[in-house]
Design a protein around this ligand. Structure first.
Ligand code: CTP
Ligand code: MG
Length: 194
């Protein structure tokens, strides 16, 4: 992309759409975890040495598995679509089996980031479902997904995520998060609208 394209309205629109597309498997994980979560908590109800729960009842095996699998399925469908459209504006997760590594990092990484966030919240004595500072609830899964991508799909990450895509994700995600959580709250799936 040339500089002139990057700074045009169309260029900004393309970057926003591409950023959303690239992060979509990670976005799916959290929504599905809310829908299918419940049952046995990942920490099996155990407490940390500070006397508080390790992760809390908001992190369940069903949510982790359901979210990860949903992200992988959605990402695989996106990849089939991207490869068949075959337009350089429609980014793919990879042209060989390697796409699976990328999609796995986006999905499991997102869920992992969410777990780490809950661990940190409990250590900060923030109760399950209560708000946390520094956009932790909004960006946990972005940080998790990027962490896994940087480790296991470094080249793919930097080929597809330019500085502008990263900026777009950091701005777009808290807005989308707010929007979907209000919907989850209205559906009665979430106790609080965040
Ligand atoms: N969820 C789940 N398992 C996961 C992640 C999420 O079952 N691994 C479900 C839980 O029902 C959870 C809901 O999705 O309550 C929303 O997730 P999140 O907002 O991350 O959890 P909170 O309940 O807010 O808990 P925490 O304070 O630990 O973030
Ligand atoms: Mg929460």
């Amino acid at each position: 992309m040339t500089l002139s394209v990057e700074f045009s309205a169309i260029g900004v629109g393309i970057v926003l759409l591409q950023a959303f597309w690239l992060m979509f498997p990670a976005y799916v994980t959290g929504s599905i975890a809310v829908l299918v979560g419940g049952g046995k908590p990942i920490d099996f109800g155990k407490k940390h040495r500070d006397g508080r729960r390790i992760l809390g009842d908001g992190k369940t095996w069903a949510g982790l598995a359901g979210g990860t699998i949903a992200g992988i399925i959605v990402g695989s469908i996106q990849n089939i679509a991207a490869l068949s459209i075959n337009d350089k504006l429609v980014l793919s997760f990879g042209e060989t089996w390697y796409f699976f590594v990328v999609v796995f990092c986006l999905s499991f990484g997102a869920m992992f980031g969410d777990l780490v966030k809950s661990f940190i919240k409990r250590r900060m004595n923030i109760k399950r479902g209560k708000k946390s500072p520094f956009l932790m609830d909004q960006l946990d899964f972005v940080v998790g997904a990027w962490f896994f991508l940087l480790l296991f799909a470094t080249t793919w990450f930097f080929t597809n995520f330019t500085f502008w895509h990263i900026l777009a994700v950091l701005i777009l995600t808290p807005l989308l998060h707010r929007f979907t959580n209000v919907i989850g709250y209205k559906l009665g799936k979430k106790e609080v609208p965040w």
